[in-house]
Design a protein around this ligand. Structure first.
Ligand code: T1G
Length: 696
């Protein structure tokens, strides 16, 4: 492979360029090329100062994650940075794009740092279950305040050039957009000022107040929710404050190796690459995306308004239709409310905001206004009859080539498409609430949906910064189908002896933000109730149907919105268990002749995971999901499955498919109908294969 690092001499300035597209990851070749170039420049009599910068779109965006898990190859990044810092020739890094992870660590090991105004900086290793392992935990606390260093490393959040300048992370912000020229100009300025080397490691750590570190650690611990890297980062920062630099980096190395060896690291790297793999579907090769600049939305309720907001933030023009002027005005106000929030969060600038409310967003009560849209999506009441009626009308009004989409979360896209003369232009775009915040989007491909329309859906998702997952047509698609299954398993655990509160506790200790019953109360128990009534006619009589959800709904207890569901909600947002719920469940056990027994938290999780993995295996085996990673991405981005477990099928690979099968066989004794092993699960176990073998 050719050397990705090259050096030119501009006057007395040795200019080193790194070219390893797409993100200048610090691969072995980059590391080898960089250290040789720096040492050669240091030895070069004609060079008084060195500039390092990234060719292409960014400075080094981190270590090469593809190398993790393989035998490490020298030069190792920490050593490279230490050597760079120790030379006698002053070094400058000229930064643009995203200087992340090992890239920012290289910058910290340089003597001076200049940045373009658009440059961003971060140490996102925590998102990979790691910590900055090339001196970052020791050098950053010597440059920025301790609290800022902790926040950057334990959240992985990026900061912009202006904030970096104010913090002292960069010395200057250059004018213009030519990062090479900026580096050279700054180097010559430093030479004219007689600037010498300035090793960061020689600086004292930023001062820290009495008790400040413990307070930060307590906050970090609360936010970590099972992730171990943030607390190890705090240990490394403590070393930076209390130990000499040389000992501090040794401590950092030890902590880094602990994290490298942990399952959380492999899970989160699986998540990282899966999020980039999941958008690569066959139709992107065979289909040509249509331009989607003007969107129609039918329905201005929670979902419709959220979808409209998401499209507007992506720069599309949107017309939203409601049944009457009052409803349309209400929807307009809802969307403007969301846009105000985006403005406050810095997700939208004033100019764009005014363009949207000043014309790019309109409401109407007349579908005729959809005549020229490129795509229209309906987000009306979850009833097949209502949706069929809407599609029948849209089919008559929309221009040829317009895409007709449904936001349905369960219903059959093929049945909806059959209501039109253009089934090849019909697709499911299942957004998750709140649609302007949640990144997951299930793209449901009907039998007749054309490749162009699928490719258009994925292109639209990219524009809307969504993580799009391709789904085939079945009840509930990927996520809700699997949710329904594991919910039944957990209801079974409740009938067997657990309480809803045991289930929530076990799930939250497993890493979910909220347990099943808390989520049900939040979403509204009436939603599940409507679906169960819809499915009642087709329910298999062999199914062990738990009735306590329905009984709560019959009492009008729909959860938070009615102040009572599985929990009782106080005006002060307090939440308490409800003895009446426990009595209701006890009565149902009696009626079913079930003698309740002790159900441990581990058994609750074993049931939860066995059901989830088994149904996921069916979803992959039936081709509803393209690969196991598509299921992992769906559950992590739409259902709160902990990212540091990598998704249900990565989890199954971690604990072993045979363990999942053994658990299924154990629970089969209680309910032979529900606990039927998926053919794919049995096949992989028999062949000694893993789900990751199917990810390609
Ligand atoms: N290593 C290898 N490949 C990478 C990579 C990396 N660090 N970053 C991105 N890629 C690939 C990615 O898989 C995709 O590949 C392509 O580049 C474009 O990425 C010692 C241990 C930089 C903000 O965590 O956040 O340094 O799909 O689609 O939207 O302390 O990539 O095209 O084949 O995301 O423009 C720390 C991770 C590493 C940064 C660009 N660094 N990357 O976003 O493009 S650990 C990170 C990102 C480390 C040291 C530690 C983003 C980006 P493909 P993309 P993007």
């Amino acid at each position: 492979m050719s050397n990705p690092v090259s050096t030119t001499l501009e006057g007395r300035v040795a200019v080193i360029e790194i070219n390893n597209p797409p993100v200048n990851a610090a691969s072995h070749a980059v590391r080898e090329g960089l250290i040789n170039a720096v040492l050669d420049a240091d030895a070069n009599e004609d060079a008084d100062i060195i500039v390092v910068y990234g060719g292409g779109s960014t400075f080094i965006a981190g270590a090469d994650i593809k190398e993790f898990g393989k035998p490490p190859q020298a030069p190792h990044l920490p050593n490279l940075i230490d050597e760079m810092e120790a030379i006698s020739t002053p070094t400058v890094v000229a930064l643009h794009g995203t200087a992340l992870g090992g890239g920012l660590e290289v910058a910290l090991g340089s003597h001076y740092r200049i940045a373009l105004p658009t440059a961003k900086f971060g140490l996102p290793e925590v998102n990979l279950g790691l910590l900055p392992g090339a001196g970052g935990t020791q050098r950053l606390p010597r440059v920025v305040p301790i609290a800022k260093a902790a926040q950057m490393m334990t959240t992985g959040a990026m900061i912009g050039a202006q904030e970096a300048l104010e913090l002292g992370l960069v010395d200057e912000i250059a004018e213009g957009s030519d990062v090479r020229a900026a580096g050279i100009a700054y180097a010559n300025k430093l030479l004219s000022e007689g600037a010498g080397v300035r090793p960061t490691s020689a600086r004292a750590p930023s001062p820290v107040a009495e008790g400040e570190l413990d307070a930060i650690r307590a906050k970090v611990s609360k936010a970590a929710r099972g992730l171990i890297a943030p607390l190890k980062i705090m240990d490394a920062i403590e070393a930076a404050i209390t130990l000499p630099f040389a000992e501090g980096v040794m401590r950092e190395r030890a902590l880094f190796m602990e994290l490298m060896a942990d399952d959380q690291r492999s899970a989160m790297i699986h998540a990282f690459f899966s999020e980039r793999q999941v958008g690569k579907v066959p139709e992107l090769k065979s289909g040509t995306p249509r331009d989607i600049s003007v969107m129609g939305v039918v329905g201005g309720g929670t979902m419709g308004a959220g979808i409209a907001t998401s499209a507007l933030l992506a720069g599309l023009e949107v017309t939203l239709a409601e049944r009457d002027t009052d409803a349309a005005d209400k929807a307009f106000a809802t969307v403007v409310g969301h846009l105000d929030g985006a403005l406050k969060r810095g997700k939208l600038n004033q100019k764009k905001y005014e363009a949207i409310v000043g014309g790019k967003f309109r409401t109407t009560t007349d579908y005729a206004d959809f005549a020229d849209v490129d795509l229209v999506i309906e987000a009306v009441f979850e009833s097949m009859d209502v949706k069929k009626d809407v599609f029948g009308q849209l089919d008559k009004i929309c221009k040829p080539g317009a895409i007709l989409a449904s936001n349905t979360s369960y219903l059959d896209i093929d049945e909806i498409a059959a209501m039109t003369n253009r089934p090849e232009d019909v697709i499911g775009l299942h957004f998750f609430s709140p649609a302007h915040m949640m990144r997951l989007l299930e793209i449901v491909v009907g039998d007749k949906t054309s490749d162009d329309v699928v490719a258009s859906g994925f292109a639209l998702a990219k524009k809307m910064r969504k993580i799009a997952v391709r789904s085939g047509v079945c009840d509930g698609f990927i996520g809700n189908r699997i949710l329904n299954t594991y919910a039944k398993a957990l209801n079974g655990a409740v009938l067997a002896g657990a309480s809803p509160y045991d289930v929530d506790r076990a799930m939250e200790n497993f890493g979910l933000a909220m347990g099943l019953f808390r989520v049900a109360d939040l979403a509204g128990l009436d939603i599940g109730w409507a679906n169960r009534k819809r499915m009642a006619a087709t329910r298999d009589p062999r199914e062990q149907y738990s009735e306590f959800h329905d009984k709560l709904c019959e009492l009008g207890r729909f959860g938070r919105k009615t102040g009572r569901g599985f929990y009782i909600y106080g005006a002060d947002r307090s939440e308490t268990k409800d003895q009446e719920v426990l009595d209701m469940i006890a009565a149902e056990r009696d009626a079913k002749g079930i003698a309740p027994r002790e159900i441990s938290d581990q058994e609750i999780i074993d049931r939860y995971m066995a059901a989830m993995v088994n149904e996921s295996a069916k979803v992959v085996g039936e081709g509803i999901a393209l690969r196991p990673l598509d299921v992992d991405i769906t559950l992590m981005n739409g259902y709160g499955f902990p990212r540091w477990r990598g998704g249900p099928l990565h989890y199954a690979d971690t604990v072993g498919i045979q363990k999942i099968l053994n658990d299924i066989k154990t629970f089969q004794k209680e309910d032979d109908f529900f606990w039927q092993p998926a053919p794919l699960l049995e096949k992989l176990a028999a062949e000694g294969k893993t789900f990751s073998d199917l990810n390609g």
